[in-house]
Design a protein around this ligand. Sequence first.
Ligand code: TZP
Ligand code: MG
Length: 214
Amino acid sequence: MFKQELLKVYFIAGSQDVPNKNLYTVLEEALKSGITMFQYREKGPNSKTGKDKETLAKQLFELCKKYNVPFIVNDDVDLALKINADGIHVGQDDKNVSLFKDKFENKIIGLSVANKEEYDLSDVSLVDYIGTGPIHSTLSKSDAGEEGGYDLISNLRRYDENIPIVAIGGITEADVVPLINAGADGVSIISAIAKSINIEQTVKGFHNQYKKVL
Ligand code: TZP
Ligand code: MG
């Protein structure tokens, strides 16, 4: 059974998101500070591929194991299977979940669902959670699409009362309360953590917001 508390402070990053820093060090600090899940997402300019990507994936996975935090791979089903990652996150344009679902027994499967139209095109009964956004504009994904605000979450929540939803896109601590009130179960964050000058303070700041709503 997927525990939706894992979505509370869901950190996503790849090498491209920490241009002047080492992702291993950034992730270690984030893990120490209490992130609840991590997604390894190498994508776009300055991202790693091939052997370099696999080597770093293995190192980051080992680090996550030390902190008992699930390690999710973005898009790359083959890599996730090869290293026996805790899960996979795919988008609408990636491999269809039905094609790999049986290989991820007892693992976490996440799917990006931006709106009702994408929801209707997806078999959400096959996945553990959906990622919905962008809530705000973002510099971390060039093709993120139009920002939808908190309404994106409240509309989908009305559509499906039960599916775990994690919000994404330009999220800061100030968004936690309105997003949870709109029906999200958690927030996923790249830059607010990856580019923070004080990761411990940022991650703890996210957790503190939950005390106001849960
Ligand atoms: N999908 C929709 S927006 C986004 C992704 C991967 C990027 C989120 O990054 P940030 O820096 O938290 O806005
Ligand atoms: Mg994708």
